[in-house]
Ligand binder design. Sequence first.
Ligand SMILES: [Fe+2]
Ligand SMILES: [Fe+2]
Length: 239
Amino acid sequence: MTGQHASTPADPDRELRALLTRPHPHVSPLDPVPNGPPSRPTTTDTTSTDPTPRLQALAASLGQMLGHDDHETLDHTERVATLAARMAEHLGFPAARRDALVWGARMHDIGKLAVPGDVLAKRGPLTPDEWRAMRGHVEAGLAIAESLGCLPRTALLVLAQHHERWDGRGYPARLHGEQICLEARIFTLCDVWDALTQARPYKAAWTAPQAGAELERLAGQAFDPALVPAFLAVVTADI
Ligand SMILES: [Fe+2]
Ligand SMILES: [Fe+2]
């Protein structure tokens, strides 16, 4: 792991809310956009509020609703949550920090509930308006997650930053490097790994070596280069 953390902003909650109003480009995690001005840094946060069992049930229900229209099903959500937990344990996170990361993983695409079903289900190229709607799932998800009022702040940051890239070409805020919180950098690896190694209606599953090579290729671009070897150690431990 990197061992470094961004400086603490004066008002973290204001920082988080600013993500909701910031203009954002239209890209997927693996599709960089042209470089833009860097955004203000955010920080990691190890404080945690235990979500209640009712919240767990709500998250599961939302995930099942999402699975009706999206290629990414509840199974995907559970797999990335499991991967995130394994990474947290590998990196020696205390329980509260691990749980916050896992909650971010569970809720990461909840904003797709606000994306029209025909856009989510579309298999061909998206129009600019459709991409705008699709990329809006980050802000929509953050609004939903914030409204629950009981998720750890780090979980909200994972949700807000899960499409940011190490090289600053992600969205919505074009954060780069350690401006992206560590948990979000970890989660992005989990999310992309699962997308690569699972079959989708439009592609076959990649093998672990193929997916590993892709993560290594994108180290320093999409991903924190210091995290890629740790992640690959985790996912290849039981192969
Ligand atoms: Fe997403
Ligand atoms: Fe995902």
